[in-house]
Design a protein around this ligand. Structure first.
Ligand code: ADP
Length: 200
């Protein structure tokens, strides 16, 4: 199973990504987590990533594409993978297409978690209190929503036109949402057993 999970910041991608990955026995690859792990180092690149993330903008396509391509080349991705937070720009879509083409492993499905802006902003403000993530302050949250709407939301149409997009309501309790997610994935790719799926 090879899939993407997309949705605005605060839609619950990370939470659902972990549940899906566990279920299908595939790695959940979060570019946000990778950058958070990276940014603590004492290098110019880490400092650059830190500054971009704290501002709410996107890390450059060049850096992002490279870390994802390297990650996908690891053997635990052979049986499938879930990408969370990537691709977020048209250039990233193009690079991912090229990487997957070369491997001969197209995507099975693209899951879009729907949530309206007021709800996700409220969630992120709450997360700011409990987890203290550096980019969860009101100003940065606004920038992140704006950057998402401008650069990433249009990518949903790309996957819709490829007939890969499956949309799920991301509002509600975690269990409710994950039940919806599994139902939607079941009907999109058939079966919950994680076996290889052929799309028509
Ligand atoms: P959220 O979806 O809540 O914004 P993430 O953890 O997915 O949180 O991402 C946090 C930050 O990491 C983003 O605001 C951005 O700066 C950086 N980032 C993550 N993924 C990408 C990507 N694919 N391209 C560029 N920057 C990214």
């Amino acid at each position: 199973m090879r899939l993407l999970i997309m949705g605005p910041p605060g839609a619950g991608k990370g939470t659902q990504a972990k549940l899906i990955a566990e279920h299908y026995g595939i790695p959940a690859i979060s570019t946000g987590d990778m950058f958070r792990a990276m940014k603590t180092a004492d290098t110019p690149l880490a400092q650059q990533v830190r500054e971009i993330m704290n501002s709410g903008g996107y890390v450059s396509d060049e850096i992002t594409n490279q870390i994802v391509a390297e990650r996908l080349a690891q053997s635990d991705c052979d049986a499938g993978f879930l990408l969370d937070g990537y691709p977020r720009t048209t250039a990233q879509v193009n690079t991912l297409d090229a990487v997957l083409d070369k491997r001969g492993t197209p995507l099975d499905v693209v899951l879009s978690l729907l949530a309206d802006e007021d709800a996700v902003v409220a969630r992120l403000l709450k997360r700011a209190e409990t987890e203290g993530r550096a980019d969860d302050n009101e100003e940065t949250i606004r920038v992140r929503q704006h950057v998402y709407a401008e650069q990433t939301a249009p990518l949903l149409d790309v996957y819709r036109s490829r007939e890969l997009l499956v949309e799920v309501d991301g509002l509600g309790e975690i269990d409710e949402v994950s039940e919806r997610v599994f139902t939607a994935l079941d009907s999109a790719v058939g079966g919950r057993d994680g076996s290889p799926v052929t799309r028509n």
